[in-house]
Design a protein around this ligand. Sequence first.
Ligand SMILES: NC(=O)C1=CN([C@@H]2O[C@H](COP(=O)(O)OP(=O)(O)OC[C@H]3O[C@@H](n4cnc5c(N)ncnc54)[C@H](OP(=O)(O)O)[C@@H]3O)[C@@H](O)[C@H]2O)C=CC1
Ligand SMILES: O=C(O)[C@@H]1CCC=N1
Length: 269
Amino acid sequence: MKNVLFVGAGSMAEAIMAGIVEKGAVDPSSVFVMNKSDEARLSGLEERYGIVPVRKEDPEVGRAELVVFATKPKDVRQAMNDVAGRLHLEAAILSVMAGIPIRTFEEGLGSRPVARSMPNTSATIGLAATGVAMNDAVCDRVRGDILSLLGAVGIVKEVAEDDLHLVTALSGSGPAYVYYFTEALEEAAKTAGFDGADARELIIQTLEGAAAMMRQTRMEPSVLRENVTSPGGTTAAGLRALDDAGFHRAVASCIRAAENRSRELAEGK
Ligand SMILES: NC(=O)C1=CN([C@@H]2O[C@H](COP(=O)(O)OP(=O)(O)OC[C@H]3O[C@@H](n4cnc5c(N)ncnc54)[C@H](OP(=O)(O)O)[C@@H]3O)[C@@H](O)[C@H]2O)C=CC1
Ligand SMILES: O=C(O)[C@@H]1CCC=N1
């Protein structure tokens, strides 16, 4: 892929940019980035990754083969208006925005290849979990380009467009749940008077180890859990306390709330 334009230069754009530049998937001199007004932010990205800051009136906008939309959902219409009419006729669109349907881009930017994806910020270190859906205008070559760009920053699953709401709730927002769980564990350790730095190391290694066990052994999480849980032991006591506090119910309502919010964003709410 030659020229990629990012419209939006926030956390998600940076995570993908960092990943593709680090992996050598795209030459940084072919990565153009624009935002709304924060010039210092663009200079910082230029310094860190060697990418090229651009403004909407710059000729690079018309040279992009792939245009990645990474603004907040509420800014999508303004962002499309800013570049509509300047994009190359054959430029393909890749959105990373929660909730915004493929149809919105077809309506705003004319009939062209559009992919709607939901990555997560672990793209920064090549460990994103991404779902993607594409419209019928995406040919094999563009599909290959999009999958290889997203694949450069982690794993990619092609899903039905409607399932992206659930993917958003599960893996798009997912890192935040893990960080929140970590914060809760650290807080509990602190309350018990245990050293903060040691607690953090032990927690991070525990999360990494448990994730690697699931991936490498391919055993069911429930079986791995049972292997930890000695009858009458500490784990059983801890899990019982989680159940008593409504753990499953809390997780189910977390996913439902996030999925519903994604559906609301689709309606411009
Ligand atoms: N953060 C995450 O974990 C994830 C986010 N996403 C999705 O990614 C998208 C971006 O999120 P995030 O990176 O967190 O948001 P940020 O607020 O960090 O970044 C938003 C960016 O959009 C820019 N922007 C706003 N309006 C325009 C415009 N008209 N033209 C060009 N750029 C514009 C802003 O520029 P300026 O600063 O100058 O105002 C800013 O660079 C969202 O739609 C979100 O749903 C998807 C997966 C995970
Ligand atoms: O919170 C959000 O809306 C975005 C989408 C997924 C992660 N962050």
